[in-house]
Write a protein that binds this ligand. Structure first.
Ligand SMILES: CCCCC/C=C\C/C=C\C/C=C\CCC(=O)SCCNC(=O)CCNC(=O)[C@H](O)C(C)(C)COP(=O)(O)OP(=O)(O)OC[C@H]1O[C@@H](n2cnc3c(N)ncnc32)[C@H](O)[C@@H]1OP(=O)(O)O
Ligand SMILES: Cc1cc2nc3c(=O)[nH]c(=O)nc-3n(C[C@H](O)[C@H](O)[C@H](O)COP(=O)(O)OP(=O)(O)OC[C@H]3O[C@@H](n4cnc5c(N)ncnc54)[C@H](O)[C@@H]3O)c2cc1C
Length: 593
């Protein structure tokens, strides 16, 4: 903290980058404090509450987390069972965990680290429930860090990853907090217990939208780090003869290795630009919301949900491809890739389970489709829904950006229409609205993935056409953009061809183009990963070292294994030797020996 002050890091982005560089292997136990707790106090508290609490949070005099999920509910926030009941006599809220399933479970750093929590609970006042609201709750004594009376707190135990985060459980037993500890920027409870409702009940969910936007950048960071390691290693690793009798080839010269890695390199660049685009959209719409203009809130929610789900799913699949492309050494922690995967794969679940998030976007697309069919105006990002689906592709040998974006627009528009028509058919068959929806959600998930894919391709193309970039760099980035788009078509050809949008010749053009682009990118592959400029300290990888001294690093890493601290391990004396002695005492075995 002090070091960041000394270095003059003021923006949260710079601070986040510094924190990651300082703690590259394990996630910081203060990630949720800085990433969620303090920003939520800023955005969901009244000006007075923010003035009081934000400086304490930023100076780490108060360390907090975000405690929403319970044993029985994570996705369905309206189903949360923790209660906060207003007591006008004492001007307090009484927090309680009325059932086993209401115990807060998963909140990061709640087990041992934090002394405060933002708790999401069902608000009761004057005998009426007003839904979920956020409350600032002190959970440990500020003098000696002991757990406050009326609370049971503990760690939930080992997890797949996230080892630097002490995810915990927390149970309230009629725990009292001051009335003014309810975050009251949007909703209020007056001294007499009257409830003042917010302009929109979902304003309380704002913190989740913000984190989903951050997670799109996390998807870029983690995928690009794995790509740096795998591409650099593929340049160093020589295996097998590409030419009979010749020297062993760099594995990066195998077309299959290029087909594994170069599209992921292109995806890393695409996700970086998408994360920046998403952040810009978030900054604009969230500032509108803070000024009371909620018009674009549904669009922001839908985009944040969809991109968070799409990018984390693709990143996790891609990181696994990077690991496997490094052969046996990729499976070792020496590669650094298993830790990258274990830490980011949770993002497919936290901050909104990906399927659920995609369905939120799908709901929005379904409503926009209906508005489009009525001829109503649609937000710019959704206007493709009114694309004329009878039009065929004009794609030529050059695979122009225009023809690629048109292909992605057509695919998404067609798939959203298919899902919406199924939903409408279900209704015409007499299904209730919720059944008609549920029985069309599989095609809606596919359509929403296509919608997100279009956003990323179009964003990449737009930036290349708008930003001033020197010709040489522009040429390489254009190759990456084309590879990202063409590879996405080749890998999902059925969705692009189902209505005959491409003809056979165009399919052949695309299959040839993706292989040609691998050769175009090969000479620049290492430079393109070096461009991310990740220091070795951050990658923590023997395979992805900048100096390429892989085998020396692996040998040193192995020698440092704790198992090598003694030549003979105690297990020999405790188990192996007694077992062998027992065996050697029996006649038939000893005779053979
Ligand atoms: C390098 C590795 C990475 C390191 C990262 C480190 C740190 C990063 C920081 C944090 C990550 C770590 C921990 C994660 C913390 C958490 O997980 S906190 C808990 C997160 N939990 C969730 O996200 C819960 C997900 N559930 C929901 O969001 C909602 O409940 C739901 C899914 C939207 C369903 O809600 P429901 O009440 O049923 O709503 P319904 O579907 O009926 O929608 C009603 C209308 O409300 C609109 N809406 C819903 N949510 C929002 C929103 N957030 N904003 C705006 N609008 C919203 C929805 O669209 C509906 O509108 P209609 O017009 O009626 O369609
Ligand atoms: C690493 C990690 C860190 C976390 N940190 C925190 C934290 O700091 N604070 C916090 O409050 N929480 C935290 N969580 C909890 C996390 O937010 C929840 O696990 C997440 O929101 C998913 O909810 P769930 O567990 O109830 O999953 P569920 O919703 O029970 O998911 C189970 C299955 O049900 C499906 N499903 C559920 N609802 C629907 C639906 N409507 N339609 C279709 N399918 C559906 C899902 O797709 C999924 O396949 C963390 C979780 C993890 C893994």
């Amino acid at each position: 903290m002090d070091r960041m002050e000394e270095l003059g890091f003021r923006s949260e982005t710079d601070r986040q980058i510094f924190r990651e560089a300082a703690a590259p292997v394990e996630l910081s136990p203060f990630g949720l404090h800085s990433g969620m707790f303090v920003p939520t106090l800023e955005r969901q508290g009244t000006p007075e509450q923010s003035r009081k609490w934000v400086p304490l949070g930023k100076s780490f005099k108060m360390i907090g987390t975000y405690a929403q999920t319970e044993l029985g509910h994570g996705t369905f926030i309206r189903g949360l069972e923790t209660t906060a009941t207003f007591d006008p006599e004492t001007q307090e809220f009484i927090l309680d965990s009325p059932t086993l399933s209401s115990i807060k479970y998963w909140p990061g750093n709640v087990a041992k680290t934090v002394n405060h929590c933002l708790v999401m609970a069902q608000l009761y006042t004057q005998g009426k429930c007003h839904g979920t609201h956020l409350f600032l709750v002190q959970v440990r004594n500020m003098e000696d860090h002991t757990i406050m009376p009326g609370l049971e707190i503990g760690d939930i135990g080992p997890k797949l990853g996230f080892d630097g985060v002490d995810n915990g459980f927390m149970r309230f037993n009629k725990y009292r907090i001051p009335r003014m500890n309810m975050l009251m920027r949007y909703a209020k409870v007056l001294e007499n217990g009257d409830y003042i409702k917010p302009k929109n009940a979902k304003l309380t969910y704002g913190a989740m939208v913000m984190i989903r936007v951050f997670i799109v950048m996390d998807a870029f960071k983690t995928l690009s780090r794995a790509a740096v390691i795998a591409v650099r290693y593929s340049a160093v690793r020589r295996q097998s003869e590409l030419r009979p009798g010749g020297e062993e080839a760099q594995v990066m010269d195998y077309q299959t290795q290029q087909y594994k890695l170069f599209p992921l390199l292109a995806t890393s660049y695409a996700f970086l630009l998408a994360a920046e685009g998403m952040s810009q959209i978030y900054a604009k719409i969230s500032s509108d919301i803070e000024r009371g203009n909620l018009e674009d809130m549904p669009q922001l929610h839908a985009l944040a949900c969809g991109l968070k789900a799409f990018c984390t799913w693709v990143a996790c699949e891609g990181i696994e491809v990077c690991r496997m492309s490094c052969g046996g050494h990729g499976y070792s922690h020496a590669s650094g890739i298993p830790k990258i995967y274990a830490n980011i794969v949770g993002a497919c679940t936290y901050e909104g389970e990906n399927t659920v998030m995609m369905l939120q976007t799908a709901r929005y697309l379904s409503k926009c489709y209906i508005r489009g069919q009525r001829g109503e105006s649609l937000p710019e990002l959704i206007q493709y829904l009114t694309t004329d689906l009878n039009v065929k592709s004009t794609l030529g040998e050059d695979c122009s950006f225009e023809s690629l974006v048109a292909a992605y627009s057509h695919r998404a528009a067609r798939m959203v229409a298919v899902a919406c028509k199924l939903q409408q058919t279900n209704k015409k068959k007499g299904m209730a609205g919720h059944d008609a929806w549920n029985k069309s959600t599989v095609p809606f998930i596919a359509a929403t993935k296509a919608h997100c894919h279009l956003f990323i391709v179009r964003n990449f193309v737009t930036i290349l056409s708008q930003k001033k970039i020197d010709p040489a760099t522009h040429n390489v980035l254009s190759q990456l953009c084309t590879l990202y788009a063409v590879y996405g078509i080749v890998e999902n050809m059925g969705e692009f061809m189902q209505d005959g949008y491409f003809n056979q010749d165009q399919v052949s053009i695309l299959n040839r183009k993706v292989l040609a682009l691998l050769e175009d990118i090969r000479p620049n592959a290492v430079a393109l990963v070096d461009a991310f400029d990740y220091p070795d300290h951050l990658l923590q990888s023997c395979l992805g070292r900048y100096d390429g001294q892989v085998y020396e690093a692996l040998y040193e890493y192995s020698k440092s294994s704790p198992l090598n601290n003694t030549d003979i391990h105690s297990s020999y004396y405790n188990y192996i030797r007694p077992m062998m002695q027992k065996r050697s005492e029996s006649k038939n075995i000893s005779a053979k020996l």
